[in-house]
Design a protein around this ligand. Structure first.
Ligand code: NAD
Ligand code: UGA
Length: 461
């Protein structure tokens, strides 16, 4: 089937960038990205390209190039469902907050709502692509909903999970390690796989497009994230061991990573991984395993999250204890709120948890981030603790303005600008004694020691 019109439901961190690239690489296909959030759609349509709802290096350039030609953002969901030959479901699948599986299972209500809408609006056969990250066998549920239509329509379901990482999304989309397309092993299923494959092959080499059955595709996505997160928790657990033994985590990490069987990616110690997906996908994996009676398997994967929480807590404790021992002013400058550099996304950022821990100890925090807006920071804090002490929080636009007020600085996100600060100048102005807590190990230890800072880096000696 030759695809002429694509509709993507969900104009978020995945839907926006992914469809921008698909449109750019396939100028003959009309791509309509729809969302029920009209503010978000307005921002995608803004003439000020700094106002796009997603900040990703390189994104605004692509949107500028294709928006209004073959890429459109709209709230007219039904209209574009009707027009499309292929529909991507790219909506959020957060952890359930109530009902069966609360706190663990993925909430599929948004995915199911899309399937219901498609079933009710469609007037002809369509290919439905599951782009959201979902539990294994979700496509079965989607199929059930779609096939309950009374119009005798035929829907082919594909699973095409997304592997982009925020901050590098455009590069990840341009040169993906692999594209996975799962589908049914039937004539219709194979044709649908070919249709989607053809779209990707406009820019992805054929050998990087992997076709599988539906369940393998769904499970590969969940487990890829679990493997990545597992490496971070492994290295983070070792950072604590390093602090106790005098080994240096940066040296250990390098030594481990030079083994080509292990590889050097995702071995950077941190104050804990954040982002909207690692935690929710592992919780989901734990839930699936437990539901199947695989208690040991569930416990194994859950340990990744236990270490992640522990890393955030022990980082906070270092700051709190230091304030107590040194009898310092109870005030900390937090540098960075996004969960990693080069994104404006703060979902599940370690900063939120560390900030909350500090506030619980009545320690004031001044927060600076180059991209996350004040409104979002307040929202993140109140979502975690609706009665947090607002009088202890200042969100600042210039970290240097009141630098002479602090004894303690915590680096939470590895933004390049923090690495490139004139730390010597900071040291001259900051209150003494001056302490840096480097939650990302981004600073040059020799230089910082030479300048005179008291330094705590994770697993660094
Ligand atoms: P997001 O929250 O940024 O965007 C989802 C959008 O879907 C929202 O704008 C929401 O308004 C919209 N939406 C929800 N239900 C809708 C409906 N019924 N009709 C119309 N619009 C609806 O989420 P995201 O980060 O883009 O993630 C989407 C999915 O992709 C998730 O399953 C996630 O696990 C997965 N994923 C995310 C990333 C990432 O880096 N963020 C990477 C790979 C996979
Ligand atoms: C992650 C995966 O890398 C993507 O492949 C996947 O598509 C995506 O989740 C998803 O499903 O949402 P993302 O969360 O955007 O992407 O960013 P990562 O680069 O994976 O970083 C996640 C967190 O781990 C960040 O807080 C980062 O700082 C931290 N991290 C990463 C470390 O602490 N150490 C590392 O070595 C690497």
């Amino acid at each position: 089937m030759k695809i002429e019109n694509i509709c993507c439901i969900g104009a978020g961190y995945v839907g926006g960038p992914t469809m921008s690239i698909i449109a750019q690489k396939n100028p003959h296909i009309m791509v309509y990205v729809v969302d029920m959030n009209s503010n978000k759609i307005d921002s995608w349509n803004s003439d000020d390209f700094d106002k796009l709802p997603v900040f990703e290096p390189g994104l605004s350039k692509v949107v500028k190039e294709v928006r209004g030609k073959n890429l459109f953002f709209s709230t007219q969901i039904d209209k574009y469902i009707d027009i499309a030959d292929m529909i991507f479901i790219s909506v959020n699948t957060p952890t359930k907050t109530s009902g069966e599986g609360k706190g663990y299972a993925a909430d599929l209500k948004y995915v199911e709502a899309c399937a219901k809408r498609i079933a009710s609006i469609s007037k002809d056969d369509k290919i439905i692509v599951e782009k959201s990250t979902v539990p294994v066998r979700t496509s079965e549920k989607i199929k059930e909903i779609l096939n309950s239509n009374t119009k005798n329509l035929r829907f082919e379901i594909l699973s095409n999970p997304e592997f982009l990482a925020e901050g590098t999304a455009m590069r990840d989309l341009e040169i993906p390690d692999r594209v996975i397309i799962g589908g049914d092993n039937t004539v219709g299923g194979k044709k649908a796989i070919d249709s989607l494959s053809n779209i990707y092959s406009s820019w992805v080499p054929k050998q990087n497009i992997l076709t599988t059955n539906l369940w393998s595709s769904e499970l590969s996505k969940l487990t890829a994230n679990a493997f990545l997160a597992q490496r971070i928790s492994s290295i983070n657990s070792l950072s604590e061991l390093c602090e106790e033994t005098g080994a240096d985590i940066e040296e250990v990490s390098k030594a481990i990573g030079m083994d080509t069987r292990i590889g050097n990616s995702f071995l950077k110690t941190s104050v804990g991984f954040g982002g909207s997906c690692f935690q929710k996908d592992i919780l989901n994996l734990v839930y699936i395993s437990r539901s199947l009676g695989l208690q040991r398997v569930a416990d194994y994967w859950e340990q990744i999250l236990i270490i992640n929480n522990h890393q955030r807590d022990r980082f906070t404790n270092k700051i709190v204890e230091n304030i107590k021992i040194q009898n310092l002013a109870p005030k900390v400058l937090l540098l960075g709120w996004s969960f990693k550099k080069n994104t404006n996304d703060s979902r599940e950022s370690a900063s939120i948890y560390v900030a909350n821990n500090l506030l619980n100890k009545n320690i004031g925090i001044d927060i600076y981030d180059p991209k996350v807006r004040q409104k979002q920071i307040n929202l993140d804090l109140s979502n975690l603790n609706s009665s947090y002490n607002k009088s202890l929080v200042n969100i600042i636009n210039d970290p240097f303005l009141n630098i002479s007020n602090y004894n303690s600085i915590a680096i939470m996100t590895e933004w390049d600008e923090f690495k490139n600060f004139d730390w010597e100048a900071v040291y001259k102005k900051i209150k003494k004694p001056a302490f840096i807590f480097d939650g990302r190990n981004i600073l040059n230890l020799d230089l910082i020691n030479k300048i005179g800072f008291n330094y705590f880096g994770l697993g660094r000696n």
